[in-house]
Design a protein around this ligand. Structure first.
Ligand code: AMP
Length: 287
């Protein structure tokens, strides 16, 4: 595996691979790899000859009060894990190379980013789409693989790709979970032992919602109320949102069908966790 640290070198490598006729897939990440990231890399490996994983903790998607400086990093371990997955290149550019002096362009998707996580993180998605657009331009991959754990991010990137006629096929990958059901996340590292136990409230709430829907409930408001009760039954937490939305438009849905997704954002202590699931059979296989 090559470790490439500059945009110029990455562009050269991409050019070379294209001349040789290789196909490329990109997996954008912020590092601190876990099984979620690794499964995205494996999925990418099934699609193309060469997988590029970008590792860039993107400052522009963090607000001033968020965890940019504290964000967990483990470069040597990440490099070893990516190499073991057969990744061709780990692309880890410096901040100044991605945002050189004078940088002043933003790629922003409007409506989809005003909902859900966008309400409490108003500039987050513009940071994501700008950096992802740059990565797509640098790597020009045939495929890019993203996790459905960040399903709003995936919906926003899908919109950007359509709206700007970007020549990349997006692949969503199901949420990878710990054995007990907690969605794996780099931010789980912030949880104390007690918080880790409490964090299972998200999984239990999704399970409860699914059971209700399987029993015939189709009223979103009643499902959301039960979800709130389950979350709070596990201990004090700050519920950022409980939303039942259409998975493509992210519009609220008052009734539940197979396009409707239950999305949760909950703060346990100081750690903000997100999770989601389709509740009707055939929506997805996550729950
Ligand atoms: P991050 O490093 O947190 O920016 O995540 C990089 C990619 O990994 C994103 O596409 C995430 O959606 C995806 N990802 C993170 N956690 C998981 C998970 N538990 N299951 C599937 N994909 C994940």
């Amino acid at each position: 595996m090559e470790i490439i640290k500059t945009v110029a070198e990455m562009s050269r490598w991409v050019q070379e691979q294209r001349t040789k006729g290789h196909t490329l897939a990109l997996v954008p990440t912020m590092g601190f790899f876990h099984e979620g990231h690794l499964s995205l890399m494996r999925r990418a490996g099934e699609l193309v000859d060469r997988v590029i994983v970008s590792l860039f903790v993107n400052p522009s998607q963090f607000a001033a009060h968020e965890d940019l400086d504290a964000y967990p990093r483990a470069f040597a371990r990440d490099a070893a894990l990516a190499e073991a997955e057969g990744v061709a290149v780990l692309f880890c550019p410096e901040v100044d190379d991605i945002y050189p002096p004078g940088f002043q362009t933003t790629v922003a998707v409007s409506e989809l980013t005003s909902k859900l996580c966008g309400k409490s993180r108003p500039h987050h998605f513009a940071g994501v789409t700008t950096v992802v657009a740059k990565l797509f331009n640098i790597v020009a991959p045939q495929y890019a693989v993203f996790g459905e754990k960040d399903f709003q991010q995936l919906a926003v990137i899908r919109r950007m790709v359509r709206d700007l006629n970007m020549q990349v096929s997006l692949v969503g990958h199901a949420i990878v979970r710990e054995k007990d059901g907690l969605a794996i996340s780099s931010r789980n590292a912030y949880l104390s032992k007690a918080e880790r136990r409490q964090a299972l409230c998200l999984w239990h709430a999704l399970q409860e919602a699914k059971a209700l829907v399987q029993a015939g409930e189709r009223h979103s408001g009643r499902v959301a109320k039960r979800v709130r009760d389950v979350l709070l039954a596990h201990g004090p937490c700050q519920i950022d949102y409980i939303e039942l939305v259409n998975r493509d438009t992210l519009e609220r849905s008052s009734t539940i069908d197979h396009r409707v997704l239950l999305a949760l954002a909950v703060r346990i202590g100081t750690t903000r966790l997100i999770d989601n699931a389709c509740l009707l059979h055939g929506g997805d296989k996550n729950v």
